[in-house]
Design a protein around this ligand. Structure first.
Ligand code: ZN
Length: 266
């Protein structure tokens, strides 16, 4: 079950790209930070990370957990520190392929201590928020990306990493105010991987739609191929083939915005 969740959670994707639906042309961000749960979750938005990096932005990838339970039959690496080491190497490979900064590890435990009881679980969440606050305040990204409430596959680590990121954002603890965006698949994109039953958001709720180039896509495919402990060669090539077949090279996000004025009723 866990393995299936992890596989689902991390295979995603689809073709997408990004532009703000109705926002005026604005200066592109110079620093972007993506915050996800597992080493390989970055593949969800990989073409966009590559795109902005190629255009000159500094792009950071923050991964909350160590992925120690991402055991697969084909890799044969047992759960634990040896798998963490392998996956760290795979994530670094992915960042190089995308042309972004080396990964930042918050080094929370895969599954966030849920298997160890409530005290451990709460401790993992608190530790994640504290570590993330320090990283954001230090690097001061103008744009932060994370999962929407759907959490791609719905994996609890995905949902909780996005939840902690959102909680931190709304807490006012950060020493400045970046923009926050949630990544989600559209129903069409999720259907590309019907067997995986990926979650999605309706397009009407995804206001930022970013296009990417074939060059960005090729870097994304190279990033996929880094994660050899998670996907068989055949699975990776089938995934890439599905992406190549998708002509709609866009990735969709929802920008977190307030109403713009205080109101005294619904
Ligand atoms: Zn994942």
């Amino acid at each position: 079950m866990l393995k299936n969740l992890l596989i689902l959670s991390c295979f995603l994707l689809v073709g997408c790209g990004m532009e703000t639906a109705s926002a005026p042309e604005s200066k592109p961000p110079t620093t972007i930070m993506a915050v996800f749960a597992h080493p390989d979750d970055e593949t969800t938005v990989a073409p966009i990370l590559s795109k902005y990096a190629a255009e000159g932005a500094t792009v950071h990838l923050v991964i909350a957990t160590d992925g120690r339970y991402g055991v697969t039959d084909h890799a044969g690496i047992p759960a634990g520190d040896s798998l963490v080491e392998v996956r760290n190497g795979e994530l670094a490979c992915s960042c190089r392929a995308l042309g972004i900064e080396p990964p930042i590890h918050l080094s929370r435990r895969d599954m966030l201590g849920m298997e160890q009881g409530m005290d451990a679980f709460f401790g993992q969440l608190i530790g994640m928020e504290d570590a993330l606050e320090a990283v954001i305040d230090s690097l001061r990204p103008e744009v932060i990306l994370t999962f929407g409430p759907d959490g791609d596959s719905g994996h609890p680590d995905h949902r909780l990493t996005a939840d902690v990121t959102t909680e931190l954002y709304f807490s006012g603890k950060l020493n400045y105010r970046p923009e926050l965006y949630y990544f989600s698949y559209t129903p069409t994109q999720a259907a590309k991987y019907g067997d995986w039953k990926l979650n999605y958001a309706d397009e009407q709720f995804l206001d930022t739609r970013i296009s990417f180039s074939e060059t960005d896509a090729e870097r994304y495919y190279d990033a996929i191929r880094c994660h050899q402990s998670q996907f068989t060669q055949q699975a990776m090539e089938e995934w890439i083939a599905a992406e190549r077949a998708d002509e709609d090279k866009r990735i969709f996000f929802r920008k977190v915005v307030l109403a713009g004025e205080e109101r005294d009723g619904f």
